[in-house]
Design a protein around this ligand. Structure first.
Ligand code: F6P
Length: 549
């Protein structure tokens, strides 16, 4: 019955999407002077404007009916109650507990998880404060100056993104992030760091990730060469759920900061994985980040669906992906400090929503997660925006604007904001034949020239975007923004009926890499491979004979 209801809700939505003109946005503005006010919502510090989409009252109504039919409120309740919503791994998804406060109730199944959350947080705070106050010193009894976080995926992207956004001169320590298992990356970082003043954090939920463990071993050797074995151990800490593996690696137990399997990698910046932020930005900034996320958690949990920012952002995505069959989305923060946000969201969304079967294992009847990409504006305007304005398939955009800058160059900031608003308006309004002809006439172009160039100079318009406007960028507002996207991902999972919390799709490549690694050492394929892979393994052996081990 519930399945019938949700299929009926999908059918009603798709019927609206199939109507002639369903993708048109300009007529909606023309018909409704209040459209901006009626199709934007505020929660905490974030204004979400989704008026520049083809979502009409009827479409929004159909989307909300779909959310009801898919029991988004029930899913939300089970998520916060610590039910095993990650069904394929039999786990809860309780990253919200990591930003909760004493007195907030979170249980994973029957276990009250708050005492452990608060205990780890207190250890992180004590460690950060001891480092900042010089009570924990280097092996040579000096102050630490730099923190090197070694991790990949969620153990890198979230902290690196927040660190990039919030670090300023005068912060307690400098932050560095090493992810790739590429000796060039290690050499580049090692060359600019002094091992005698650097604290190395090995960030890995599983502590089995090949890239991270390889880089951690290089860093351990690098520290040992400078400080000896005992000294090196004073310069290392681990952020992990796998306490046996951190011990086997030689990390002192008091330098291990744990978390639990109900924290997914891409949702883990709030956990011990965020220690690099507490150390390099200061504890108060990290605490404000958590507090901001908690504001969004409370909004998501309490607000009715029609007022709920994560739900509305989800519904916009469903309209674009399923209704209008737009297969990708761009994230354009008009703030250089958010340069790594698109990469973080790329993992958060594509690793969560790149799924093709529903929870029962049956094939998904419709498209799921889009390709997500992005760059800060205005840089993006001089790179891929051409395709967004005049390419064959519309690419919806998330514009992220920050009203007040933290610098004194007001003219630069006015230009930045003007460009962000202009791109969204250009996508929406386009430029029709008459406008191009008038413009070319004014510039004195000949008729033949106008005829020849007209199709090239026209912009179709009706290309959708949402705008998220923040009053300023700080730890509190950034926490809200990142949590907004996290909840969006969870709700999309519920609407599509997929599990947004697993990532089985990353496993096959890891398995095959472990087969190919010894073959590269041997200089020849030994196991059966496709012809191309076997050929390339042989070719590599001739181009890099020293690679044999
Ligand atoms: O790429 C797969 C993945 O498992 C991600 O989900 C995760 O964020 C990343 O690898 C790192 O994993 P870990 O923290 O266990 O090293």
């Amino acid at each position: 019955m519930a399945e019938d209801q949700s299929e009926a809700a999908w059918a009603a939505l798709m019927a609206l999407a199939a109507r002639p003109g369903a993708a048109e946005i300009r007529p909606l503005f023309a018909a409704d002077p209040d459209r901006f006010a009626r199709f934007s919502r505020q929660a905490g510090d974030i204004l979400l404007d989704f008026s520049k989409t083809a979502i009409s009252d009827a479409v929004l109504d159909a989307l909300l009916k779909l959310a009801e039919a898919r029991d988004v409120t029930g899913f939300r309740a089970r998520l916060f109650a610590g039910a095993a919503v990650n069904e394929t791994e039999g786990r809860a998804a309780l990253h919200m507990a990591l930003r909760a406060e004493a007195g907030d109730a979170f249980r994973a199944g029957h276990e009250d998880i708050m005492p452990e959350v608060l205990a780890v947080r207190a250890r992180m705070e004590a460690f950060a404060r001891a480092l900042h106050e010089g009570r924990i010193l280097t092996a040579n009894s000096e102050r630490f100056t730099d923190v090197l976080n070694i991790g990949i995926g969620g153990s890198d992207l979230g902290p690196a993104m927040v660190g990039r956004a919030l670090w300023t001169e005068g912060a307690p320590l400098r932050a560095h992030y090493l992810a790739n298992v590429d000796g060039h990356a290690f050499d580049e970082i090692a060359a600019r760091l002094d091992p005698t003043r650097t604290l190395v954090l090995v960030a890995s939920k599983t502590f089995t990730t090949q890239e991270t463990i390889a880089n951690a071993a290089l860093a351990r050797d690098w520290l040992r060469a400078a400080l000896g074995e005992a000294g090196a151990s004073q310069h290392m800490a681990a952020l992990s759920t796998n306490l046996a593996a951190t011990a086997a690696f030689g990390i002192l137990p008091e330098r291990v900061f744990g978390f639990r399997d109900w924290v997914g990698g891409r949702f883990s910046v709030w956990s011990a994985i965020g220690l690099s932020l507490a150390l390099t930005l200061g504890w108060d900034a990290f605490a404000r980040l958590l507090a901001g996320a908690r504001v969004m958690d409370q909004h998501f949990q309490a607000a009715p669906l029609a007022e709920n920012l994560p739900v509305l952002l989800t519904l916009v995505e469903v309209w674009h992906v399923n209704g209008l069959a737009y297969p990708s989305r761009a994230v354009l923060p008009y703030d250089e400090r958010l340069a790594r946000l698109p990469a973080h969201l790329q993992q958060l969304e594509m690793e969560s929503l790149g799924k093709r079967v529903v929870l029962s294992g049956a094939p998904l009847a419709r498209a799921s997660g889009p390709v997500v990409f992005g760059e800060p504006g205005t840089n993006a305007q001089h790179s891929f925006m051409q395709l967004l304005h005049q390419g064959t398939t519309p690419v919806p955009v998330d514009f992220i604007l920050v009203a007040r800058p933290d610098h004194t160059h007001a003219d630069s900031h006015r230009k930045l904001l003007a460009n962000g608003l202009a791109q969204a308006e250009a996508l929406l309004m386009g430029k029709d034949d008459a406008a191009v002809i008038a413009e070319m006439h004014k510039a004195g172009a000949a008729e033949a020239e106008i005829t020849r160039l007209l199709p090239h100079r026209v912009f179709p318009g009706d290309r959708p975007s949402v705008t998220m406007l923040l009053p300023q960028l700080d730890a509190f507002t950034l926490g809200q923004l990142v949590a907004l996207y996290e909840h969006k991902v969870a709700v999309l999972g519920a609407l599509w009926g997929i599990n947004p919390f697993d990532q089985w799709g990353v496993e096959l490549g890891k398995q095959l890499a472990s087969v190919i690694l010894p073959e590269i050492s041997a200089g020849a394929a030994q196991e059966p491979h496709d012809g191309s892979t076997a050929g390339l393994i042989g070719k590599l052996a001739t181009l890099w004979p020293e690679g044999r081990a």
